[in-house]
Design a protein around this ligand. Structure first.
Ligand code: AQP
Length: 327
């Protein structure tokens, strides 16, 4: 069975973007692959987090993984910081990644160009830890949204470089980008990705949002003045985003939706999307509450750690031996 690995950074409450671009896909994949999904808690620290809020976000992330349908019998669910081998491998890999490569990372360049102050060095080097998060487990595939593609490219580059320098060690993983839903956009500004740490929450649906409040966000989504329902992400980004969300949640193809909504107003489309979103949130939150009462977090994470650590440890020992730091 081919192995697959991915993770989500709990830097806030999980969003509809995380669900459509990541979790929904993971649930599909867990039946076909040897699946590992971690909670990237170390990555959250690249930006200051209030410890109490972070702890709650960690708990909610695990519960939402389960509520979305990740099954701990099929998917190894674990906390990034529980596997210390990942961080140690991260340092070794950072010694095989050039400054120029990190300088080219779009996320870093974006923050620099916006003149963001107080950027931590952790933010700068986090792609090196992400490479270790992935390579420690020797996966065949890494499902990511398209914004993370560049980081997986860097991971592949360092794997190839390491293999060339020290001999075959790492499997070079393939990124898997969903064909549709790879980038769900903000409802209030469809030129921007829907992000959990967005300053305004108007454009973002959180999976734990009150379903009625989420409806309102959809109903006030920014569209355009063309007043025709087409799938045209360039010229009608807001409408294209609504169609993408509808299609991802209902399973109806975008072409069929465009045909179905032809000649109707944006209000009708928004109402249909709001229905889909509300249905999803009610279903997820019902299971979230049941899981919360079951108090199973620690057990799920311990089980995931037990399965994941052996693989990461074996990789680290091989790497340490190859680079010459083991006697
Ligand atoms: N809007 C999105 N559309 C599609 N996929 C998305 N993902 C995140 N947002 C969207 C995918 O979810 C996985 C986990 O992402 P992450 O939360 O670890 O990192 P991120 O992409 O940086 O998410 P945010 O919400 O934008 O976080 P902040 O605001 O803290 O930077 C990835 O596969 C991602 O592509």
């Amino acid at each position: 069975m081919k192995r697959m690995l991915s993770g989500i950074k709990p830097s806030g409450q999980l969003t509809l973007g995380n669900y459509i671009g990541a979790l929904k896909e993971f649930v599909k994949y867990q039946d076909e692959y040897d699946m590992y999904v971690f909670i990237a808690n170390l990555h959250t620290l690249t930006v200051y987090q209030d410890p109490e809020i972070l702890r709650k976000n960690l708990r909610d992330t695990v519960l939402l993984y389960l509520a979305c349908g990740l099954d701990p019998k099929k998917t190894k669910i674990f906390m990034q910081s529980d596997i210390m081998e990942q961080a140690q491998l991260g340092f070794i890999l950072s010694c095989n990644i050039y400054l120029g490569e990190l300088n080219r990372m779009t996320q870093y360049k974006d923050k620099l160009s916006k003149g963001e102050e107080g950027l931590s060095s952790g933010f700068y080097v986090y792609p090196t830890l992400m490479a270790a998060d992935i390579l420690a487990y020797q996966p065949d595939y890494v499902p990511v949204g398209d914004d993370q593609k560049q980081h997986v490219e860097l991971t592949r580059d360092v794997a190839v470089r390491f293999n060339n320098r020290y001999g075959e060690t790492f499997k070079v993983p393939e990124p898997l980008i969903p064909k549709q839903g790879a980038r769900i956009m903000s409802l209030s500004d469809p030129s921007k990705k829907m992000s959990k740490s967005d300053a305004s929450d108007k454009g973002c649906i959180y999976l734990l949002d009150d379903p009625k409040a989420a409806r309102k966000k959809v109903m006030s989504a920014v569209t355009d003045s063309i007043n025709e329902i087409n799938y045209d992400p360039k010229n009608q980004a807001g409408v294209a985003n609504l169609l993408t969300i509808h299609s991802a949640l209902s399973g109806v193809s975008i072409d069929v939706l465009v045909e179905q909504f032809k000649g109707q107003g944006y209000g009708t489309l928004k109402k249909a999307v709001a229905d889909e979103v509300e249905k999803l949130l009610i279903q997820l939150q019902t299971s979230y509450k049941e899981l919360l009462d079951q108090n199973i977090l620690k057990e799920v994470l311990a089980q995931g750690k037990a399965s994941a650590q052996g693989i990461a440890h074996a990789t680290l020992v091989e790497v340490q031996t190859k680079v010459g730091i083991e006697i």
